[in-house]
Design a protein around this ligand. Structure first.
Ligand code: HEC
Length: 215
């Protein structure tokens, strides 16, 4: 590299380093939750290339719920392909499952048909991880990568510590979700599979309303 200016060789060295860092881009087929040495979850970058489970409208609670009269928000849920493949076999979400849920406001598409709604920019990103040895109390932990509420322009967080067990995530999911604390009842194809496999909670009652405050 004798005749190459120093800043170019430094940039090249940086590229080589990036390419050799394993956490940069996980293979989507085998992707799973990645933690740093402090037990914080690293934000999954490529969740939109995972298995898509569902988009719902109007299923937001709490601070993400638009005011009365405004268009509702969309929530979309994705799961890592490896866990989904296992779920297809057993009807259960295995250890190593990671779900991503994003919230996007509904925008009225002015150039389209009246009443059409499209998704706006992402406003929230929440994640659930199953790991029964790391989280022996129920097997799940919940995370939020949302920008800090007091500093929304800071952008989505790179890392997130698990919510404490007292957070509303645990109680609402445990109480109202139909399959292992997951809202598989709203993910049509996966729910069919769970019903076939007999993994839906025996006391699941589709008529029971969720009236707590959530995302
Ligand atoms: C009031 C009940 C409620 C609370 C509280 C709640 N959720 Fe959920 N959650 C839901 C519902 C309903 C869904 C179904 C998916 C949707 O909204 O489209 C869901 C789905 C999810 C999913 C997709 C995987 C799954 O389990 O089905 C993630 C990830 C998630 N929630 C994270 C969180 C986090 C993190 C918190 C706490 C900050 C939280 N939730 C609190 C009701 C709740």
């Amino acid at each position: 590299m004798k005749n190459i200016p120093r800043y170019i060789s430094a940039a090249l060295a940086g590229l080589v380093l990036l390419a050799s860092t394993p956490a940069v881009k996980a293979d989507p087929a085998t992707a799973g939750p990645q933690f740093n040495e402090r037990g914080e979850l690293v934000r999954p970058e490529d969740y939109r290339s995972w298995v898509f489970l569902n988009t719902a409208i109007g299923l937001t609670y709490g601070p993400n719920r638009p005011p009365p009269g405004a268009p509702q928000a969309f929530t979309s849920v994705f799961v890592n392909p490896k866990a989904h493949a296992e779920f297809q076999k057993t009807g259960l979400w295995p250890d190593g499952t990671i779900f991503a849920l994003e919230v996007r406001p509904a925008l009225t598409a002015v150039s389209a048909l009246d009443g059409a709604l499209t998704q706006g920019p992402r406003v929230a990103l929440e994640v659930a991880v199953r790991d029964s040895s790391r989280y022996p109390d129920g097997g799940w932990s919940y995370f939020s990568f949302d920008p800090p509420r007091d500093n929304p322009t800071a952008g989505f967080r790179e890392r997130a510590a698990p919510f404490p067990r007292t957070a509303g995530c645990y109680s609402c999911h445990q109480k109202h979700a139909a399959v292992q604390w997951t809202f598989t009842q709203f993910y049509a194809d996966a729910f069919e599979r769970a019903k076939q496999a007999g993994t839906v909670r025996k006391d699941y009652d589709a008529a029971r309303k969720i009236e707590e405050v959530g995302h």
